[in-house]
Design a protein around this ligand. Structure first.
Ligand SMILES: Nc1ncnc2c1ncn2[C@@H]1O[C@H](COP(=O)(O)OP(=O)(O)OP(=O)(O)O)[C@@H](O)[C@H]1O
Length: 301
């Protein structure tokens, strides 16, 4: 049985990720096969189109327990779509998504819930806070709407989640009173809040461009929070964010918050490797992307 719960919120402006295999014409080595127990999420030959826009065209990868994975690629290559499929908010047209080795059928909302679950959280690109709700109501939204917990308990859980992202005493503020960086941190708190039933569950958090639009210092704060909240070695039974995926265009985020990169292009994973390997890589498409050059296999119209 799948044991997952997605805590992403379908907020007004939701926006919306890869590990094991590569495809396409590039000659890229596959990572060694991993045991299913170490693989939290795996895409096998996933396809997704919107109308006549064919976005994912055989994307395959996996994210293993303990990893901090960055998803990179040109604009419109389907990074956010990948995160939304991984989080179970969107269904692939073809291919398989496996969660801890078990194929997910349908959307996350259709999955049975259970204790000891893998909890997935998605932090939307725009923070996507509800403008008419206070910070506290935003962070506690899911629990307020979908749990039977007493409000006093939810308040405590909200305060604890906010503390984890370095915010205190902001529960009664409105989102309009927050800076861009604070909004992102509130969105992080909303993704990591957990009820008592899931307190021991391991978490896979997906961040969609978490530092987009932030100044360099605010970006560093968010990058260090993402890194700091990662508990790669925590046993499943003790909870914590064991793995995360982050879609980013920012070099600072790649440097500070990512260990391994997955490069999406033309609907497929065309390269993956460590950040160090990325820097040293001489695959033309990777070099072009890293340097921002107009010359190379990536063309923009
Ligand atoms: N629900 C949808 N309906 C129709 N088209 C969509 C939908 N979601 C995404 N798309 C389209 O799919 C393409 C890929 O979008 P996606 O947001 O996944 O790309 P991305 O790689 O994250 O882009 P960016 O780096 O610009 O954020 C875009 O052309 C987008 O307009």
């Amino acid at each position: 049985m799948l044991a997952c719960r997605t805590v992403a919120l379908l907020a007004p402006d939701p926006h919306l990720a890869p590990v094991r295999s590569v495809s396409g014409s590039l000659d890229i080595p596959l990572l060694p096969a991993q045991s299913a127990s170490e693989t939290l999420i795996e895409f096998r030959d996933v396809y997704k189109s919107f109308g006549d826009k064919h976005i994912l065209r055989g994307a395959s990868f996996c994210v293993r327990r303990g990893e901090a994975v960055g998803i990179i690629g040109g604009s419109g290559t389907g990074k956010s779509t990948t995160l939304r499929i991984a989080a179970g908010l969107l269904q692939p047209d073809a291919g398989q998504v496996l969660v801890r080795g078990v194929e997910r059928v349908g959307l996350m909302a259709d999955q049975p819930d259970s204790d000891g679950a893998l909890v997935m959280g998605l932090v939307f690109q725009s923070a996507a806070l509800f403008d008419s709700l206070t910070v506290g109501e935003n962070v506690g939204f899911l629990l307020l709407e979908h749990s039977k917990l007493p409000k006093t308990r939810i308040k405590k859980l909200v305060a604890a989640a906010l503390r984890k992202v370095g915010l205190r005493g902001v529960e009664n503020l409105m989102p309009s009173e927050l800076s861009g960086g604070m909004k992102k941190r509130v969105a992080l708190a909303r993704a990591i809040i957990r009820d008592d039933q899931h307190a021991q569950a391991e978490q896979l958090i997906m961040y969609d461009e978490p530092t987009a639009g932030l100044d360099p210092v605010a970006s560093t704060v968010v990058e260090d929070l993402i890194r700091g909240m990662h508990t790669p070695t925590s046993a499943r039974s003790r909870g914590g964010i064991t793995s995360y995926m982050v879609v980013t265009h920012q070099h600072s985020t790649i440097r500070r918050a990512v260990d391994r990169l997955i490069f999406l292009n033309d609907g497929k994973v065309v390269w993956q490797g460590t950040v160090k390997e990325f820097d040293a890589c001489d695959v033309p498409i990777v070099r072009q992307f890293a340097s921002g050059s107009l010359d190379g296999p990536i063309t923009y119209v």
